[in-house]
Write a protein of this length. Structure first.
Length: 221
């Protein structure tokens, strides 16, 4: 599957390239512009491709997280709080945008991709169909072999929730990491629900803010 995804003979050459150049180009390049492309190819998020998520790409995740954060700060009730619209995608606080954050030398785009893939693996695995869907979305981003190798490595590695949490800085980033994870998870599945609850706890997200984030995801659907 790796060779088909990356091209013949990709295993060793991609690994060597990755060691030589690191992950910086991937984070600063294609990921920042189309971070949700990966997610749109997996699980139930495909159903939302025609709504705000499909419309806004990376900015849509930021808009949803920012709207939840605003509503929470203003003391609104989560169940009746307004949901982010396409217009909100144009007015996202830079603290919720991977492209803006990564300009300061961060790697938040990669953190979000890691969060999505970890969430998709919360039920114990990503099956062949889910991997193929993710690979298809990566192909649409016209990524190079190194960037594809990064995605494959994330798919292959076991979930490390502690490492994910360590890469998050501040409540704004924590909110968005939780939100993209929630987008990728089927909360009716016990293992995935448990993963999401553990993630929220380790991110130290206030319970009321989590409710607002959940409300935005449900509204996006």
């Amino acid at each position: 599957m790796l060779e088909q995804f990356m091209g013949g003979g990709a295993g060793s050459s991609a690994n060597d390239t990755r060691k030589a150049t690191g992950r910086g180009d991937f984070v600063k390049g294609a990921a920042a512009g189309g971070i949700l492309g990966l997610l749109l190819g997996s699980k139930k998020v495909r159903k939302m491709a025609g709504g705000i998520v499909g419309y806004g790409g990376a900015a849509a995740a930021g808009a949803l997280a920012y709207k939840a954060y605003q509503n929470w700060q203003q003391g609104k009730q989560a169940a009746t709080a307004p949901v982010a619209t396409r217009e909100d995608v144009k007015h996202v606080d830079p603290r919720f945008l991977p492209a803006a954050i990564d300009q300061g030398g961060g790697n938040f785009a990669l953190t979000l991709i890691t969060a999505m893939i970890s969430a998709a693996k919360a039920d114990g695995h990503i099956d062949a169909n889910e991997q193929a869907a993710i690979f298809e979305q990566v192909e649409k981003q016209s990524l190079d072999a190194e960037s594809k190798a990064v995605v494959f490595d994330l798919l292959r590695k076991p979930v490390d929730i502690e490492a994910l949490v360590r890469s998050v800085q501040g409540i704004e980033q924590a909110s968005e990491v939780y939100l993209v994870s929630r987008l990728a998870i089927d909360v009716d599945h016990p293992a995935e629900r448990a993963y999401l609850e553990a993630l929220a706890h380790r991110l130290n997200l206030p319970r009321d803010l989590v409710l607002h984030l959940d409300h935005q995801v449900e509204g996006a659907q």
